[in-house]
Every structure is written in C-alpha cells, then in structure tokens.
Design a protein around this ligand. Structure first.
Ligand code: KG4
Ligand code: ZN
Length: 335
C-alpha cells in the first residue's frame, strides 16, 4: 500500500508518502516539511489564524512536490492519512479537508490519525524489529506522557503532566530569559555552554510515588533565579543548564520507575523534546545500566512531520481501519 500522510496540527506543514512494501524507514518514498517558525517568531508564539492560513497556502504545493519526488501520480495512492487531533482546530481542518477531498476524488480510504500516536509509532520506522510491549515517553510541546504500549492501538496511560508539558516548560523558560521563539531548542543549545551545578532546581514530584509530572513550578524557580542574577550571558547559560538537567533527570527517574512498574525492558522516546541531546544521553545510559533498550527516532522524526502520520495511517489502514466520508477533527482527544 502507498499512503500519503498529512500533518497540520500546529505550525509545521508536513507531507510524506509511505510504501508498506518496503521495510521501516526505507518505506518513506519522499517527504517534505514547511516550518512556519519565521511567521510566528515576531509574535513570540503560534498565532492560530496565521497558522491555518499558511497551511492553506503550503499544503497542496507540498503534496504535489512530495508525489513528484517519489515519482508517483495521485492515482498511485492507496489511502490518505491525516492528523485529526489534538491540535489547533483551524490548522487541523486544513489538513483534514484536503485529505478527505483527495481521498474522495481518488476513491481511496482516508484515516484520521491521533497526532500523539504518530509520535509514538515514529521510532518503529527506524527500528522495525521493535515490537510491543514497550513503555513510551511522549514529550512534546503539548504533551508529557508515559504510555504502556501493549500493541498497535492498545495504549494504557501510566502517567502524565498535571500542568505544563515538558516542551512547553522549555519554551516558557526560554521566553522568560528573553530567548526568541521557539525557545526549547535555543535553551538546549545555550545549556551546552552552561556550568553544571551552578544553579540547582528541583526534580518535581520525584520524592513521592507515581508516574505523573509537574513542570510549571520549575519555570517559577528559573524566574526567581534569573531576576536575582547578574543576567550575564554566562549566567543565562548556567541557568539553562540547571533547568535542562532538572527536566532531564525528572524524566529519566520517571521512565525508570515506569520500566520497573511494568516489568518492560524497552523504552521508546518520541515527541519534540526527544530531540534533546542530554535527554537522549541520559536515557541511553540508564538503559545500558539496566541491560535494556531505548529507541529514539532521529531528531527530524521527533519533531512534527508528515512521515509519522503516513506511517501510523499505513499501519491502521493495513489493519482494515478507515473513516467515513465526514470531515472530523478533535482539538482535544485522548489517545
Ligand atoms: O512534537 P513537537 O514538534 O510539536 C508538538 O507536537 O508539540 O514538539 C515541539 C516541542 C517544543 O516545545 C520545542 O521547544 C521542543 O519540542 N523541543 C525541544 C528540543 N527540540 C524541540 N526541547 C528541548 N530540547 C530540544 N532539543
Ligand atoms: Zn507533535
């Protein structure tokens, strides 16, 4: 089956073609990504109406470009997968409307994919031997969750954030120290030059049992430290390092706890924060110590992209699932 995947849940227009006849990442016949970062940067965050309009402008040219790169005609497609939620409703509707119309015109099935399921299954693209059961850490701008993956489509929530998502905490912390949008990757880059241990922030909710997270208090700790500091470039980097270490340690402690609680030895990490180098190194070391395994997609597959939607849609269509002809999106949606 050859499946077109469309991602428009937030500020990236992602398109990809996945071919189930080829194993793992080799199935990605072509993909394209257009980031709206520059558009939103001057507002310090994503402006939903501008995001929708930019998806309208970019989506069909990207679909044409991706099909051309794959050497395919629209009539070669066997299905169209799109992100149906969660996300910005206007942005989601652009992808859903285009995907449904295309599927209708080509008389092929369409399937609405849960954005986080896309993230969750992305690591399987590069590690086709990886099979459930495993524990997944999903850390993006909108979610921080630990999920027990019992099978494709069989997910059990183990824990989640009670307030800010990990990526949101990175972004808000970066913003309060004056870093430009999108702050997460910038804060991580700054932390590379930071002195470890000069600023020590708490590891929230690790001193009590359970697998939930809370990151909003860290932001306040950073705000106070930043306000009382000399605000030099080195101090900014040192605070960034202290913050990053606190988030990374907290995530690692909870991942280890989730592996212990479930008896699983495999951890899969997905979502934008999964691109964080220090998090990757820490979880790798933890897995090695336990004699277990940790799988991450390459950074470009951690952040939003069309490939993960094409892949998740292909797995679901192969399993015989698809939607009816209505255009439905869900800005909020449990996986
Ligand atoms: O999965 P994603 O691309 O979009 C959502 O579905 O939210 O995740 C974006 C989030 C942003 O909050 C961004 O700051 C964060 O992932 N992020 C990072 C890094 N790269 C992206 N956070 C920390 N370190 C990074 N290297
Ligand atoms: Zn995402």
């Amino acid at each position: 089956m050859i499946i077109l995947g469309i991602e428009t849940s937030c500020d990236e227009t992602g398109v990809a073609v996945y071919d189930t006849a080829r194993p793992g990442a080799e199935g990605l016949r072509a993909q394209a990504l257009y980031s709206q970062v520059a558009l939103h940067a001057e507002y310090g965050g994503v402006v939903p109406e501008l995001a929708s309009r930019d998806h309208v402008r970019k989506l069909l040219p990207l679909v044409r470009q991706t099909l051309a790169e794959a050497g395919l005609a629209p009539s070669d497609l066997d299905g169209v997968a799109y992100t149906a939620g969660p996300g910005l409703v206007g942005a989601l509707l652009v992808g859903a409307g285009a995907a449904r119309a295309l599927a209708w015109a080509l008389d092929v099935p369409a399937i609405g994919v849960h954005h986080m399921e896309g993230h969750l299954l992305a690591p399987l693209l590069e590690a086709p031997d990886l099979e459930p059961p495993f524990v997944a850490l999903l850390v993006s701008g909108g979610h921080s969750q630990l999920v027990m993956v019992e099978g494709i489509g069989r997910y059990r929530l183990l824990g989640e954030t009670l307030d800010d998502a990990a990526g949101e905490a990175f972004d808000k912390t970066a913003k309060l120290m004056g870093l430009p949008y999108p702050g997460g990757p910038q804060l991580a880059a700054l932390a590379e030059h930071g002195t470890p241990g000069r600023f020590k922030f708490s590891r929230p909710m690790t001193d009590r049992p359970g697998l939930d997270f809370s990151f909003s208090g860290l932001k306040t700790q950073v705000l106070l430290a930043w306000r009382d500091s000399d605000q030099s470039d080195q101090t900014k980097a040192d605070i960034a390092r202290g913050f990053e270490d606190a988030v990374v340690d907290t995530l690692a402690i909870k991942c280890e706890r989730a592996l212990d609680a479930t008896g699983c030895d495999t951890l899969v990490v997905a979502g934008g924060v999964g691109a964080n180098k220090r998090l990757r190194a820490k979880l790798q070391a933890m897995a090695e110590k336990r004699g277990g395994r940790v799988a991450f997609p390459r950074p470009a597959l951690c952040t939003d992209n069309g490939a993960m939607i094409a892949f998740a849609g292909a797995l679901r269509l192969e399993a015989g699932q698809h939607d009816d002809a209505s255009v439905r999106v869900a800005p909020r949606w449990d996986m």
